[in-house]
Design a protein around this ligand. Structure first.
Ligand code: F6R
Length: 620
């Protein structure tokens, strides 16, 4: 989930003022979820470049700017860092400067050591350990040769291996910001007499909802009134303009104590919005976005889901439903494992990439690999204008709204919902479900937002237990069938938010090893399937609870409202409304998210920005 660094750029038409700095710092505040090892800004003022940068969270930079204000300017760039090359120090913070030029960077320049050696041999000295400073030197040299920042950028980008979004300003071009992207995100915000650049639209959504998508390997030059996009060779490129369909309020905490609390509260809406407008008058599913021909989809003989982290667990859940409804084998693979193991995929394979950010590098690379093998690729993505949908044959958007907290919550529910829509669509197309069965399952899905709300309304008990358990060193999670990926997701949430050792197991695996971990007092969450579902599943999990209870485990059980069979063996029961087995993950995961979030709050941790993490992992 690392977006690895947030970047923002601004240029305005008025006289030099405080606005460029204000816009950029505000953008950084919204982008801080992408990295928080350091933050920095550079402003182009009538007296040349001014810069401030500080290790640590944005608040450190803000404090410095309070005591040492920068002069009014006409353009500015800002960066919030997730450290790759060089530790999180003031010196390594971006921007990096060479002469009258400043640059910020998201990504990794893989050949920086070679380039740096050349520059050092030619007499250049360096102030940081970063790969980015090398780019600053190269750009400065190219600027001196060409006298134009866009031309300089064009010369430099072709020398860089790796991934990058770069933004640069030069004191001699006070109303210009130049950006470039290669395998790393960058979007343009279109204002009135001012323009913006950002890692994502959140950077400028407070000022405009008009955005422009850039393609791969493109350079963009913004002035207050123009936006010019070219490819790396300087040929004009077409950039699609679009309107962002949510506003700045959606990217605010809205009175909640953290973004995560707000995003968990948004979950019913995220599911409802993802289901919206996807049927015709007869109730049949119409997924207009799926631009893969029906004949290709009918011929598909295998689906491979590629994703990372929470998104991969959403894929695991979807596997159960898609196989059941469509009778197509589904493999779920971590994207970073997929492309390095020579996977067997071909033109009859449908590769489904799931990603909240649409920028996860490993997932993007898996999509590219799949396309090279001739497979059709479909992405399930939350962020419009991002790279993965651009590079997929088709996209099914989740409509969860912006997810700012680094750890994913509402996107997980929206991803499961979208993947289920895909499963039902394929079942409809291939005739493995009757039309009335599809309609009935859609109705069941539409009932889910209210049920999720019911779980949220009952969050007091789980919060209370979480606060009691703030000192717990380890927690285990057990589930079967669709409850198994939910158990893994519950464990992931607890690790990343509360820094507590946690493991999720398939309950059936218990006797094959993990039961040795059970000792008196060991807390174990157990996700119990519906007693009205496949009966053997329910009774097997109830037996698992008895087995661990007999060995002293403290059992925290998630079970349906009418499930009395669990009561004798549960220390605590968290109740969820009745629902069909395959839809239960949308409910069962919610108490686990709330548990991890509350426990992290109780430990005084920053739930929105857990240590070492960032929101979209745009480097491998
Ligand atoms: C965990 C989490 C991550 C992401 C993963 C993929 O809470 O957020 O595991 O799910 O990094 O990110 P996306 O979905 O943006 O591809």
């Amino acid at each position: 989930m690392v977006p690895m660094c947030g970047i923002v750029g601004y240029v305005g038409s008025g006289p030099a003022s405080g606005r460029p700095l204000e816009v950029v710092v505000e953008g950084l505040r919204r982008l801080e979820y992408r990295g928080y090892d350091s933050a920095g800004v550079a402003v182009v003022t009538p007296d040349g470049l001014q810069m401030a940068k500080k290790a640590g969270k944005l608040v450190n930079l803000a404090t410095q700017l309070g005591t040492h204000p920068l002069a009014p300017g006409t353009a500015a760039i800002g960066h919030t860092r997730w450290a790759t090359h060089g530790g999180p120090t003031d010196d390594n913070a971006h921007p990096h400067v060479s002469g009258d030029l400043a640059v910020i960077h998201n990504g990794i320049v893989e050949n920086f050591a070679t380039l740096k050696a050349e520059l050092v041999a030619d007499g250049d000295g360096f102030a940081s350990e970063t790969d980015t400073e090398v780019v600053a030197h190269l750009l400065d040299r190219a600027y001196q040769a060409t006298g134009d920042l866009t031309a300089a950028m064009r010369e430099v980008v072709v020398r860089l291996d790796g991934t990058f979004t770069l933004l640069a300003v030069h004191a001699a071009q006070p109303r210009t910001v130049v950006g470039a992207r290669h395998d790393s995100p960058l979007v343009v915000g279109l204002g009135d007499g001012e323009n913006f650049l950002g890692s994502d639209v959140v950077a400028f959504i407070a000022h405009t909802n008009q955005a422009m998508e850039l393609g791969q390997d493109e350079i963009v030059t913004i002035t207050p009134t123009t936006v010019e996009v070219t490819d790396f060779a300087g040929r004009p490129a077409h950039a699609r303009q679009y309107t962002v369909d949510w506003d700045a309020k959606a990217a605010e905490k809205g009175g909640f104590r953290s973004f995560m609390d707000k995003e968990i509260a948004d979950e019913p809406q995220a599911v409802a919005d993802t289901l919206l407008s996807r049927t015709d008058v007869s109730g049949a599913l119409v997924l207009d976005e799926i631009r893969i021909s029906e004949s290709v989809l009918r011929a598909v003989n295998k689906i491979v889901v590629v994703a990372c982290g929470t998104a991969a667990y959403a894929g695991h859940v979807a596997k159960y439903a898609i196989e059941h409804w469509c009778r197509i084998p589904v493999e779920v693979e971590l994207a970073h494992e997929f492309r390095y193991r020579d996977p067997v995929v071909d033109e009859r394979t449908l590769v489904v990439a799931i990603s909240q950010s649409g920028e996860t590098m490993d997932t993007l690379m898996a999509v590219r690999y799949a396309r090279e093998q001739g497979s059709a690729t479909l992405s399930i993505v939350n962020t419009h204008g991002s790279t993965i949908p651009r590079e997929s044959d088709a996209v099914l958007y989740t409509h969860a709204g912006p997810e700012i907290a680094v750890a994913s919550t509402k996107a997980f529910l929206a991803q499961i919902t979208a993947a289920y829509l895909l499963g039902l669509y394929l079942a409809q197309l291939r005739g493995t479900l009757f039309p009335d069965e599809v309609v009935a399952k859609l109705a069941e899905l539409r009932a889910m937002p209210d049920k999720v709300q019911t779980v949220l309304d009952r969050c007091d008990l789980v919060q209370e237990i979480a606060r009691w358990m703030a000192d717990t060193p380890t927690v285990l999670f057990l589930g079967r069938h669709v409850g198994y990926p939910v158990a893994m997701e519950g464990a992931l949430k607890l690790k990343e938010l509360a820094y507590i050792h946690a493991e999720g197991f398939a309950a059936g695996e218990l006797k094959h090893g993990p039961i040795a971990l059970i000792e008196p007092g060991q807390p174990v969450f157990v996700i119990v399937p519906s007693p009205r579902g496949r009966h053997s599943l329910h009774s097997k999990v109830v037996s698992n609870i008895q087995e661990i209870r007999a060995r002293g485990a403290r059992t925290l059980v998630i079970a349906e409202d009418d499930d009395e069979a669990v009561v004798p063996f549960a220390d605590v029961v968290f109740r969820v409304p009745q629902c069909p087995t395959l839809l239960a993950p949308l409910l069962a995961v919610v108490p686990l998210q709330i548990f991890a979030c509350e426990l992290a709050h109780a430990k005084g941790l920053d739930v929105d920005q857990p240590r070492n993490l960032a929101k979209s992992v745009t480097v491998e």
